[in-house]
Design a protein around this ligand. Structure first.
Ligand code: BEZ
Length: 254
């Protein structure tokens, strides 16, 4: 997905599958909103390791995946998928897709107007853009805890905005400015169980914050963030839930 690299994030396909395998499973509703038709040509933007791309292929669509992580693309190729390395801010496609689909990737792309312009170029006239990603308020508690522990370590993280989490109004306006008509857009709070706990989530996704701390201090800061979050996001049986809020939309290119 872009740009995760630009956001200071690197990826291991094994670590992603272990700590974040739920991402593809929970992406089924946005696949339903896409309603792929056999024979359609679809771009999966930010396909990652291809878990959901493979489900799209199973519907009979002709699917190309793109992502900016070579490690995750290797895992997608190992599933036999057709994927290309591409930065979501500079998509290299011209009027060749019936639909662009994206799950849990757009929040890594912090220049959304560039992304939308590339999607508009990639679509045929009338083509649809259907996606779900983090919306306004997503991981607010987790972000606050990370800012707090970095602040205690003397690092000002208040201005760090490594992810794009817009409101429906903001994102719809961006789409409409580039000629899309938006048929649905909604914010969906979706508390999300974390199979490997908060430590697993932070280890997988919090690099854009933690990389600002000296390497020797990172494990301690991560443990401190876990302790801060425990009263809010961990139940009495030790089960962790992330404070996810999804933004899901369907738009069509004019
Ligand atoms: C998300 O899917 O909402 C997300 C994942 C990693 C970092 C930030 C948000």
């Amino acid at each position: 997905m872009m740009d995760r690299a630009a956001a200071g994030q690197s990826w291991s396909a094994t670590g992603y599958r272990h700590h974040a395998g739920f991402v593809a499973t929970l992406g089924r509703p946005v696949l339903e909103l896409l309603a792929p038709v056999a024979g359609e040509r679809i771009l999966d933007l930010g396909c990652g390791d291809g878990a959901l791309t493979a489900e799209l292929v199973a519907t009979g669509a002709e699917v190309v995946g793109c992502d900016a992580s070579p490690e995750l693309l290797d895992a997608a190729r190992a599933r036999g998928l057709d994927v290309v390395l591409a930065d979501g801010h500079a998509l290299p496609f011209e009027a060749e897709f019936d639909a662009v689909f994206s799950n849990a990737a757009l929040h890594w792309m912090t220049r959304p107007d560039d992304v939308i312009a590339g999607v508009a170029r990639a679509l045929r006239p009338g083509g649809r853009f259907v996606a779900e990603f983090g919306g306004m308020g997503n991981v607010a508690a987790i972000t606050t805890a990370l800012r707090a522990v970095l602040g205690e370590a003397g690092i000002d993280a208040f201005a760090m905005r490594p992810w794009y989490f817009p409101s429906p109004d903001e994102h719809a306006a961006r789409l409409e400015r580039q000629g899309f008509s938006v048929s649905s857009i909604e914010l969906i709070p979706r508390p999300t169980p974390l199979p490997t706990g908060m430590a697993g989530w932070l280890e997988t996704f919090a690099q854009p914050f933690l990389r600002h701390a000296p390497a020797v201090e990172r494990a301690g800061l991560l443990a401190r963030a876990v302790r801060l979050l425990e009263p809010a996001l961990c139940d009495s049986a030790g089960n962790w839930t992330a404070d996810y809020v999804r933004l899901r939309f369907r738009a069509a290119r004019g």
